[in-house]
Design a protein around this ligand. Structure first.
Ligand SMILES: Nc1nc2c(c(=O)[nH]1)N(C=O)[C@@H](CNc1ccc(C(=O)N[C@@H](CCC(=O)O)C(=O)O)cc1)CN2
Ligand SMILES: Nc1ncnc2c1ncn2[C@@H]1O[C@H](COP(=O)(O)OP(=O)(O)OP(=O)(O)O)[C@@H](O)[C@H]1O
Length: 206
């Protein structure tokens, strides 16, 4: 590998890490009150812009690290007779995600990042292509629908074949606070762009 190419790669990685750190700090400094308001506004904005099919299968996540809280949205979706799925880090490869059905009384455990996930139960796993909607967490997004995550590459790896194979389902959304929007992200070849982003006040479509 040439020195120039190596320098460009290192710079790119460093730029992504800098944005990741500054946006993580911004969302973590939101007050409890701001988080609560955002969580309620998200439910309202969802019901105005997103019209799931009847009895839809919808993957979300449980919030961590200042992420937009999803608890109210999950309760709302269950009440509307949709089925909610949460990510579980794959027990064998440890690098991709499975999506497991979540109900109020589902047994939960902490994963390696101390994020709650359903205790693995193979009969409750939904194949990716049977999900109607997949809501991904993200650290930063830009006006082109690019997504920067926590840096584990879990969603990118899970969705790697998605666009290549031109698969219709699931529709992939990002969920974020408004303060997570940046002008332009330095993108990587493996980044999976989003079709929609929902924030407490906006709905973006590409
Ligand atoms: N709520 C939520 N769930 C999710 C994700 C997410 O971004 N948010 N993920 C999205 O992919 C996956 C988990 N990915 C994650 C990757 C890194 C860290 C994290 O906190 N990293 C620490 C360093 C941890 C270590 O030292 O091992 C850090 O950067 O401070 C958290 C989640 C699956 N579940
Ligand atoms: N499709 C893929 N195939 C192989 N490696 C991948 C793939 N996607 C991502 N990676 C690897 O994962 C690492 C982390 O990727 P990246 O920084 O884009 O994660 P992220 O999008 O921020 O995290 P996440 O998707 O977990 O929220 C990268 O260093 C890259 O090498």
């Amino acid at each position: 590998m040439s020195n120039t190419f190596q320098y460009a790669c290192d710079k790119h990685r460093q730029d992504r890490a800098t944005i990741r750190q500054s946006v993580r700090n911004a969302r973590k400094s939101l007050t409890c009150e701001e988080q609560k308001t955002a969580e309620t506004a998200l439910c309202i904005n969802f019901s105005q812009h997103v019209k799931p099919p009847k009895n839809a299968k919808i993957a979300l996540y449980l919030s961590n690290d200042g992420e937009l809280k999803t608890n109210k949205l999950i309760q709302y979706l269950i009440k509307e007779n949709h089925t909610v799925y949460l990510p579980v880090i794959h027990p064998f490869n440890g690098t991709t995600l499975l999506f497991q059905k979540y109900e109020e009384n589902s047994p939960m455990i902490h994963n390696r990042y101390a994020i709650l996930e359903p205790e693995l139960n193979c009969s409750h796993i939904c194949p990716l292509y049977s999900l109607d909607y997949l809501f991904t967490p993200l650290v930063a997004f830009d006006e082109f629908g690019n997504r920067l995550g926590m840096g584990g590459g879990y969603y990118d790896k899970t969705l790697a074949n998605y666009y290549r194979n031109n698969i219709a389902k699931p529709i992939v959304f990002g969920l974020a606070h408004d303060c997570q929007k940046v002008e332009k992200l330095p993108i990587a070849a493996w980044d999976v762009p989003l079709q929609h982003i929902l924030t407490p006040t906006k709905f973006y479509t590409w």
